[in-house]
Design a protein around this ligand. Structure first.
Ligand code: F6R
Length: 246
């Protein structure tokens, strides 16, 4: 794992946008694995700015998002499809028919997840997978468990994730209780993984991801076994790793 220290959120976002831009420049028809949440918003802004400056061309890129709330349609402002359109896809020249997010409106979990795995596999898996990390160490919506997950599946969100995500909803009761998520194994098939983390709430999870035992109680810890992981984290998120990095 390569750990890059960022001073703050802006610095983290700028560094991440630069890495993703390099990937798209080096391989214009690359497959990107994308994430939602607060963490990558600044990165997506940076990518939009590079596109607007004429420095980046998304016309041949395809993308696969990690996850989606089960029961939400893509036009629901709380859905991850809406988030991706709003934060990135609507502002760059990506062909939306090549952007994929699990279909939250399909309640047939088994068929839906198998279809999504088929799509990601047929695309050859992401060249670059962008990840945030949950306060509890989740990646995608792969929550702490007694085993690591495999392919795309339907999960019951933990109370801590529902609580963390409720900040984006009017009421905590409105947060969906289930989601479709790429599995840990699918995430590990990406050729490069870029994990972003900022803020003190992520400090324990970042420590356990990088230096804890590899255990499903911290799903992100499996990334220690991946040959090409870059973590970009700010001061606060690296607070518990200082002695290890010195
Ligand atoms: C989002 C996702 C989640 C988030 C994580 C951190 O697609 O897969 O794993 O990356 O919950 O969320 P934020 O960035 O809101 O702290």
């Amino acid at each position: 794992m390569k750990i890059i220290h960022a001073t703050d959120y802006e610095d983290m976002s700028r560094k991440a946008a630069n890495l993703i831009a390099a990937q798209v420049t080096l391989k214009p028809n690359c497959v990107l694995g994308l994430a939602t949440g607060s963490t990558p918003i600044g990165t997506y802004k940076g990518l939009v700015a590079k596109y607007e400056a004429g420095d980046l061309d998304f016309s041949e890129v395809s993308s696969y998002n990690l996850d989606e709330y089960r029961g939400l349609t893509g036009d629901d402002p709380q859905s991850y499809r809406y988030f991706m359109n709003d934060n990135l896809f609507d502002h760059v020249n990506i062909d939306k028919s090549r952007t994929f997010v699990p279909d939250g409106s399909n309640m047939d979990a088994e068929a839906n997840c198998a279809a999504y795995d088929g799509l990601v596999g047929a695309a050859g898996y992401p060249d670059l997978q962008l990840l945030g990390i949950g306060n509890n160490g989740h990646i995608g919506f792969n929550e702490p468990d007694d085993h690591f997950s495999c392919g795309t599946h339907c999960v019951d969100l933990t109370e801590s994730t529902i609580e963390a995500n409720s900040r984006l909803f009017d009421r905590i009761e409105d947060v969906p209780r289930q989601a479709y998520t790429m599995g840990t194994q699918t995430i590990m098939f990406a050729r490069q993984i870029l994990v972003l983390a900022n803020g003190e709430k992520k400090a324990q999870a970042v420590h356990d991801m990088c230096f804890g035992p590899i255990a499903p109680s911290c799903p992100a810890s499996i990334l220690q076994l991946h040959p090409n992981v870059v973590v970009i984290a700010d001061d606060e998120a690296l607070a518990l790793c200082k002695d290890k990095l010195a």
